[in-house]
Design a protein around this ligand. Structure first.
Ligand code: MF3
Ligand code: CO
Length: 261
């Protein structure tokens, strides 16, 4: 687990702010009738305008190379969806917009799931519960706590609502590369995992299915989908563990950090 010095913290702060600003701008564009390729291209433009680079474009896993600039996952898609001209957003859909950018050598990573127009109350509940689980996880991200304290806090909120928390993807440390130690599962026991240290930067990112937590992979080799076809939500922040507690770094330019009540 990497502990950052002041200079690095400043850079990570800037990188996370850029990622949050891009995410904020993209979410404002989400409307019925738009296709997800165009939304991704807007993301590409926002990233360029801010002097950053996409950290998912050309991201490689084995022999597979990620072809898009942001990850856009609609309805039953869980993560890593690829924008497509054929995928038209319609009223009542939800879309997870996941933005990870590299800026001055450091990565910022954040995601939120937003409604397309107005959505059914049970879908809105899925979004609210997933976001609430993220905030409960963040509140557990204090020095001296084990990673499992975050995991169990997230899991408790999700399962209390009767939803399924995904096992196959986890949160992660972040810095010069996108995925660093430690892994941050969204399920588990408070006493498990390594102890969190002051100066560590982590991405906490609950992924939640309305139904069962199991996922299947699409033929494109990237898009993960809920196995039962139920809608899925994903919220993520980049967070630094300070001596005074967790601090959310993925806050858009000109905005205040959300209050951790
Ligand atoms: N934010 C995503 C994650 O942490 C970014 C993945 S990059 C991709 O997994 F190329 F795999 F899409
Ligand atoms: Co992430």
């Amino acid at each position: 687990m990497i502990v950052r010095n002041e200079q690095q913290m400043k850079s990570i702060r800037d990188a996370a702010q850029v990622a949050a600003t891009v995410l904020d701008r993209m979410c404002k564009l989400v409307t019925p009738g738009m296709n997800t390729y165009d939304l991704d291209q807007h993301g590409r433009r926002f990233i360029e305008e801010l002097g950053a680079e996409s950290a998912c474009y050309k991201y490689q896993v084995g022999s597979r190379i990620y072809p898009a600039f942001t990850c856009l996952s609609v309805n039953e898609e869980v993560v890593h969806g690829i924008g497509s001209l054929d995928r038209l957003l319609k009223e009542g859909d939800i879309i997870s917009v996941d933005v990870c950018t590299r800026y001055n050598g450091f990565i910022g990573d954040n995601c939120r799931t937003v409604p397309v127009g107005s959505v059914e109350p049970d879908i809105q509940e899925l979004l609210d519960v997933t976001e609430a689980s993220l905030y409960e996880g963040i509140k557990a991200a204090c020095k001296g706590n084990r990673v499992g304290k975050i995991s169990s806090a997230v899991q408790r909120v999700v399962e209390k609502a009767g939803f399924g928390v995904i096992r196959d993807f986890v949160g992660h440390g972040v810095g010069r590369s996108l995925h660093e130690e430690p892994q941050i599962p969204n399920f588990g026991k408070p006493g498990n995992g390594p102890k969190l240290r002051e100066g560590t930067v982590v991405c906490i990112e609950p992924m939640v299915n309305m139904g069962n937590y199991r996922v299947t992979m699409s033929d494109d080799g990237w898009t993960a989908m809920s196995a039962d076809g139920s809608p899925s939500a994903h919220f993520e922040h980049t967070v630094i563990i300070t001596k005074d507690g967790p601090e959310i770094l993925s806050v858009p330019l000109g905005k205040e950090a959300p209050v951790l009540a």
